[in-house]
Structure formats: C-alpha cells, structure tokens
Design a protein around this ligand. Sequence first.
Ligand SMILES: [Zn+2]
Ligand SMILES: [Zn+2]
Length: 589
Amino acid sequence: MSPEPNAPDDTEASSAPDGADEPAATAETTELDADETTDSSSPYTLQREDGSETHHAFWADDVADRVEDRDPDEPIVIKGGISPSGVPHLGNVNEIMRGYFVAEVLRERGHEVTQVFTADDRDPLRGLPRTLCDLEGNLVDLGEVNAGALGRNLGSPYTDIPDPFGCCESYGDHFSQIIEDSAAAVDVPIEFVSTTELYESGDLEEITRHVLENRDTAREVLSKYQDKVEENGEYVPFNPICEECGKITETVTDVDLEAGTVEYRCTDMDAGDQTIEGCGHEGTATLRDGKLPWRFEWPAQWQALGVDFEPFGKDHAEGSWPSGIDVAENVLGIEPPVPMVYEWFTLDGEPFSSSAGNVILVSDVLELIEPEVLRYFFTKDPSKARDFSVERLDLLVDEFDRFEAVYYGEVEASEDERAFAERVYPLVVDEPDEDRIRLPYTFAAVLGMTDDPALREEIARREGHIPENASEQAIEDALGRVEQARNWARRTENEFDYELKREAIPDHDFDATTEIALEELADFVEEGHGPDEIQEEIYETAKRHDVDMGSFFGAGYRLFFDEEQGPKLGPFLAKVDREFVVARLRRER
Ligand SMILES: [Zn+2]
Ligand SMILES: [Zn+2]
C-alpha cells in the first residue's frame, strides 16, 4: 500500500492490494464498468470498444498494438510496482504476469523490451501487519517477531526499517526479495528497481527539482483531485525524512532550490485510523533525503524509467491514474504510458487477506501445480474478475490440459478456443512438446494415496495414461504431478487426503452378510464399470443384503484405508487398478 502522507483520506494503493486493508475494493467481483470506455484517457484499455481496431485472439496483442501506436523508443519499457508492505501473495504476481505477456508479444514482434518492477520502498510503514512471512514463504504472526521494534518504526521508509527476520538489509528488502523470488519461480525475466535507490542515486533528483520549481502548477493540478490540497495553500509536493527520528514528514516550511534543500518541521502523520506522531524537529533535507508524494512519484517513475506501458489495479484507475496523466502532461511535460486496468481476483471466493489467513504465495502454488498451469491462469482476460480456487484446483488443471490438447489438435474445439490456444500456448510453456504426458489431476491425486513410485507408474500404465513408448523423461515429468496433487489433497484435506493401504490388508472384522455383499461388489467391479455405476452399485448391494449403508461404506474404507471414512468410494474404486480393487474387496490381499 502506498497512500501518500498528504492524503490521509485517500486510500489508494501504489500497487496490487491486500484485501486485509482494502476490503471494500477487493470485495467487488463484477466486471469493470464500461462507462469510461469512450473517454480517450480512460485506462480501461481492454474494455474500450473502438470498433475500428482489429481484435486479436489474445488480449496482450491488443495492448501491444497500442504500445506500438506510440512509436516507442527501444528498449520498450514495461513497468509494474508494489509497496513492499507485507506478505507478497499470488495477487501481487498478477501485475508481473500481465506485463510479462505484453513484453513477450512485443519481443515476438521484434522489439527489444525491458520489464521493470519497482519496489516502492521509500513509502512509510503506516500500520503493523498482523502476519508476515519468512523468505521460505512460511506465514509468521506479528507476535513471533520483534513487534516492538516495528512499532517504533511506524512512519519510516520500508528500507530504513530493520528486517524483522534479520536475513535482509531492511524490511523493504525482505519483502522485495520474496517478490523477486516469485517472479523467478514463474520464469519471468524482470528487473527489480528500488525506489529508495532511485532517490539515493540521484535518478529522481532532477525530476524532484522540476516538480518543486513548478510547485504552484503542481499544487493547482493536484487540487483538482484532492480536496485537502488547496490551490493557493502551503502544500509542497515533497516529503523529507526527518534526520532526528527517521520518519517521513509532511510539513515543508521553505524551499531553497539553489542550495537544493528544503526546510521542514517533523509533524504528525495521519495514517488511516491512527496518528503517527512527529518529533517536532526542525531541519534541512536535500532532495535525495525524502520522497515525492505518490501522486507525483508515480509519474516521476514513468519519466525516470521511460515507461511505455503499465498495468494496474482498478484502485488506481479512479485515483492516481487520472491525476497521474495530468501531472505527467502538465507538470512534467511527458506522455503517460499506455495503461491497462486489470481486475483483482479472489482466493477461494474471498479477497486476499494475510491477516485473515486467506493468502497463498507463489511458492505455495508451485507445490500444487506446474508453473505452466499458473502462467496459463494469467493469460485469461484481465478485465474479468475471477477466483483462484485452491479447493477446486483440479478444475484449473483440467482446463489447462484441455487448452494444451486443443493446441495439439487432439480434441474438438471451437474456432475461438483454437485461435486462443494456438496463440497463447507457446507463451505458456518452455518448449511445446507433443509427447508430453499429463495425468488427469484427480487421478494423480488417487495415485498420491500410495507412496511407492513404481506402483504409481504401474497403475498409471495399466489405466492407459502412459503410452507404451513413452520416454523416461516424459514419465518422470508426468509423475511429478502426483506429488503436486498429493500436496493439494493434504493442503485442502479433501477427499484424496487418504493413505491407501496397499501393502497389506488392514485388520477387519465383518459379519457374514457384509462379507457376501463385498463379494458381490467385487464381481460387479470386475465386470468393468464407471465411477457412477460403482457408486450406485454400492448402495444397491447394501440394500439387497439389508446391510446398514454407513457400515457398508465403512467396510470399504477399512479395507482400503484402515479408516472409518474416506473419499467418495465409487469414483475412487474406479480410478484404482481393477485387479487390486477386486482382490481387496474379496479380502484376498
Ligand atoms: Zn529477510
Ligand atoms: Zn522527526
């Protein structure tokens, strides 16, 4: 989050939001309004209906057209950004992936492209996060780190706050590192830029000076967007860092551009529902010892980095984007980048929220699915809200498998579906490989009930999922999904979260009627039937023999899992190799 110190009533975030802090904004799951589609400055790039333009199968091609329309210098620069305020979760990676696909499309068209991502790490810490995470992605309660030290640093820039985990140079560096690792994990080449470094190295100094030179214009422009900035007031668009207490201050009392300094008084900062107290110190700061307020910092980044395209969440669309265009054109005298508003997505139907525990990191996701499946998720239309469902991750994987099969012409598909797959699939995988093997995800989850790798392969072969002539590598890759599906079962504690007792038959004690019923069920399974038929037959068999339904299912769970409950039995029995199922129902092995 990066609400600027000058605008306490303005809850904008500098980048992807965390639902914990912005519930109202993230709760909305409808499509973006189309009411701005006619305005040429509208950032709703994908929602505009210009009519005249060709529409591509892939949205990133539409965006690339617009970037090319600007006739940009090379390298073309694509940016994203985030305030490293806390747990960087999957939602934050959205922005990186969206930029990436546009970058890839432009590279395909022969352009040189640089994708940069700013850590807006000179932003002040405005509140204590309830949950943090270590570099391995383990969530940690605030109480488990030195919360007191963090509390004393409220109001200080993230890069000036010690890393609560002690592993990185600062709080800001710690969370920036996790974002960098996330980008690397999905194989996105991206250049990370610390905003603090931009200030310290002087890369933003001339722009800061320009803004201060033109502070009357700057004030006039901003007053159109923020009520508390009066056109003729005392507002100065620069926030020095107090040399006494280290906090970002808001009260500049004098500007001396000849000396390249400002005079300030360290006053209180309004941070949402609390006030961060200033120390009252009066001092002098250079233009490198502070920051521009966010509404100026963002356009200043565009200028300093030469940004041609930037995707952002809808919080910006109504807030800092309109003022950003104005600042770019009328204060800095630059052309703003091509914008693209993307919709946020939810996690299992709820907004991402690290404090509520509704959060998942990229590293967690990649324990559950292949990177190409995750990359595929981000190829979907960014203007549509959607849910990332861990509970039903099988649906996403099935969808990916189909998308892949469509690309290889292995299944029937509509014209649109085929065009999308042909365009996008090569951007999602390292190298298209027609001989790849994909085990259906829920089947992989069933294989995950057994630990024995040889057995997993044997069952997969027997069930026809691995062709005779498959290469060692293809088999190994395919079986990788079994581990992932098993992790999924464990994480969600779903119907596949059981351990199949394959080696030996568990102890059991059934009455004679139950034993006869089990024999009959074995005969039925032996004939070869589908999951629903077997499920139905379990009920029928129990009824025919007047065996209590619950205890008949219980007998099945005892035999296969040595437990009293388990997955939906019919589909499970249909997925495991028939020979074993029949023998086990007959209690032969
Ligand atoms: Zn660290
Ligand atoms: Zn101070």
